[in-house]
Design a protein around this ligand. Structure first.
Ligand code: SAH
Length: 274
């Protein structure tokens, strides 16, 4: 029997969906395209038989859906997170077309990375804070008069592109299987790093939490662009800890360091000389 899940480790994450029918229709759209890992963040009305009815023969996807309380929990183990958005945001993020999104997902999947595809609420999409936890945004081009697709239709378009990219990649023997020599840091480790960075910027008097402006957003965008790996995130956190030990300017005392993440230990960075 052929497996329904052609993309183990690639999950579709629906955030605070209001209508259970949309959950069922999204599950069907996923299964049609070979994706079965569905995560529901705080759904408003689930479980509900409307989800089952709308899923047709993808009832297994609905019944297998994992329900979590927060986006952070849903993406914690993901090394690539792509958020979908119908609107342009104030601080633009690296933007992909649906086709490029499909290619990124398949390349990441082939490199054994865990991937999260984030879809927003029917009423108001994804919040800025949620979109800022993504490395990329994807926008489905539409006619000018109406840019907001039904949630399940948006899931259909993105999953279709993922499957098409896999088919195209299978023909293309030159596709690189390995994007990088070390695993990319997962979302949980990167979030700990941002917390640590923010605390340290406050400690040294560079960042005023009472007047944050867009500092942390811009720094998130900077680090997102390079996609830090596990070793790099540990180096950066070690560097921040060294700064923490210096204390506040003019007041030498140790700053409170955010909790260590539950990260596997990385090998020591070799001491390079010369
Ligand atoms: N009214 C909301 C749109 C919600 S549509 C807003 O203005 O943001 C529900 C979800 O479907 C969106 O959060 C997004 O995940 C997806 N979606 C809808 N239209 C899309 C588009 N043109 N491009 C990418 N994703 C889209």
């Amino acid at each position: 029997m052929t497996s329904a899940n052609l993309f183990p480790g690639v999950k579709v994450i629906l955030v605070e969906t209001s209508h259970p029918g949309n959950i069922g229709a999204a599950a069907r759209a996923m299964k049609n395209m070979g994706l079965t890992e569905l995560v529901l963040v705080n759904p408003l009305d689930f479980p509900n038989m409307k989800a089952v009815f709308r899923s047709a023969s993808a009832v297994d996807v609905v019944r297998g859906a994992r329900v979590v309380a927060t986006v952070e929990e849903a993406i914690a183990d993901c090394q690539l997170v792509i958020g979908t958005s119908a609107r342009e945001r104030r601080i633009p993020w690296p933007l992909l077309s649906p086709r490029e999104c499909g290619e990124k997902v398949v390349t990441a999947f082939e490199g054994q990375q865990k991937v999260g595809l984030l879809f927003g609420r029917e009423s108001r999409g994804l919040k800025n804070e949620e979109l800022q936890q993504c490395q990329f945004h994807v926008n489905i081009p539409t006619g000018e008069a109406y840019s907001s697709l039904n949630l399940a239709m948006a899931v259909q378009v993105i999953c279709y592109e993922v499957l098409q990219a896999k088919h195209a990649g299978n023909k293309d023997s030159g596709r690189s299987k390995q994007e990088w020599d070390l695993p990319f840091a997962d979302s949980a480790a990167v979030e700990y790093f941002y917390d640590h960075l923010e605390a340290t910027l406050i400690q040294v008097g560079f960042h005023d939490p009472e007047n944050p402006r867009q500092l942390m957003t811009r720094l998130r965008r900077l680090f997102n662009r390079v996609r830090i790996d596990r070793m790099e995130v540990n180096i950066l956190r070690g560097f921040l800890t060294a700064i923490n030990k210096l204390g506040k300017p003019g007041e030498p005392q140790e700053a409170q360091e955010p909790q260590e993440p539950q990260e596997p230990q990385e090998p020591q960075e070799p001491q390079e000389k010369g």
